[in-house]
Design a protein around this ligand. Sequence first.
Ligand code: FCB
Length: 459
Amino acid sequence: MVGWFAFPWFVKALESDPELTRELFGDTFHWGLTTSAFQSEGAWNIDGKGESIWDRFSHNPSKIKDHSNADVACDFYHLYNQDLSLVQALNFKDFRFSIAWSRVVPGGIGTVNQKGIDFYNKVIDTCLSLGIKPWATLYHWDLPQALEDKGGWTNRDILSWFAEYTDLCTRKFGDRVNDWIVINEPAAVTMLGHLTGLHAPGHRGINKFMASVHHTTLCQGVGGRIIRSNIPQAHIGTALSCSYVEPYKKKPSHEKAAKRIDVLLNRLFIEPVLGMGYPVNDLPFLRKLEKFYQPGDEDKLKFDFDFIGLQNYFRVVGRPGIIPFIWASQKKPDKKTAELTELGWEVWPQGIYKSIMQFSKYPIKEIIITENGAAYPDELTADTVHDAKRVAYFKEYLKYVLQAKKEGANVTGYFAWTLVDNFEWSFGYGPRFGIVYNDFNTQRRIVKDSGLWFKEFLK
Ligand code: FCB
C-alpha cells in the first residue's frame, strides 16, 4: 500500500514548524470543524422532515451548476456516528453543526417532529461520548418552505417564528449544548438569497433585500435573548462573513468605493448589534431600511454576544463602478499573479489577520474563526488525497490568526470548513472543501493529507 507517509513533501509538511504549533495558541483555544445541515445531512424528506427553501431551490436543476441536489449529500443523517468518530480521530475537540429547522418543525411553526429532535439528540450525545463539544448553529440558510410561503425573511412575523424555534431548540438541547451560534452569515442570507437571487429563495430586489436585512439583524438579538434566558450560562455568538476590503488604487475615488463595499461586507450586521445603528452615513442607500423600522427596534437590534464568529475566505479589492447604490465594483484578482482556489477565491492569508484586527476595534468580547478553508480539485489515488495546497492554505491562514492573537486580538478559537466534502450550495458537488474526501457514489470517506496534517498538529 502506498501510504501518505511515502511522499517526501508530506513528510516535510509534518515536520514541526516552530512558528506554528498548537501550544502557541494556548491551552484553552477551541479547535473545531464546521458543517451545516443542508450541505451534509441528506435525508431531505425522511422521518417527517419538512421541505426547506434549499430543497425547493435545488430541485430546480438550473439553479445548481452541476444540476445536482442535496437529497443525499454526505448522508450525515445516517453516517453521523462514523463522521463524528473521524472528528475525534483527527484530534478536534469541537464540532459545529447546524439544526435543520424543517427537520424539527416541518411547518416552521407549530407541530414538532420528535424524530428530528431524536436525530439531534443522537448527534449531541455521540459528540459528548467521544469527548467532543457540540456547537449548534440555529440557522444555516435552510428556512422551512412553509415559512417562505408566508414571506420568509421579508415578513416581520419571522421574529416570532424564530423565537418559537429558538425556544424549542434551547429547551430540548440546552442541557447538553452550551455553545450557540444564532445565524450563519446574514450577509449571504440577504445578499445572495434576496438581492442577487443566486441562493434560495432566489429573490432579486432592493425591497426584499432591505426587509430581510432588518429582520435577520433583529433575529440575531431575538435568538440571543432567548438562548440567554433558557440557558443562563450559555456561550452565545453569531457568525459573520468578513472580507478585508482594499482600494484598487490609492486614489480618493477608489478609497471611497472600497469604503462603501466595506459597509456592506463587514459593517452592516455587526454595528447595529453593538448599538451603533446601521452604518447609513457611509452608505446612504441603507436609509431605505427605515421603512421596516418599528418603535423600539434600536434596542431590539442590540445584543451582548459572548463572541462573534468570523468566517473568512478571501479579500476584496474595490474600485468605482456601476453597481447601483454602492457605485463600486470588485476588481477580480489577476490570474497570472494571484493564487486562486478552485472557486477563483484569492488565497490571501494576511486578509484573515486584517479582518481580525478590524473587528478587534469594536467592543467585542471574543472573536472565534468559525469558518475558513479552501476548495481544490482533489484527486483520489490509492486511497490517498495529496492536497498539498490545502495544507499550505491552512498553515498560512493559521500563522496570520496567530499573529493577530500575538498582537492582542482576543481570538479564542478556529474552526476549519469543513469535515467531509459536501454540497457547496449553488455550485453543487464540484468544489471540495473537506479535510476528508467523500466518494459521493459510495459515501466512502478518505482522510486527505490536510486531515492528517491537522491530526498531527493537534495531537
Ligand atoms: C460559507 C458558508 C458555508 C460554505 C463555505 C464555503 O460562506 O457559510 O456553508 O459554503 O462558505
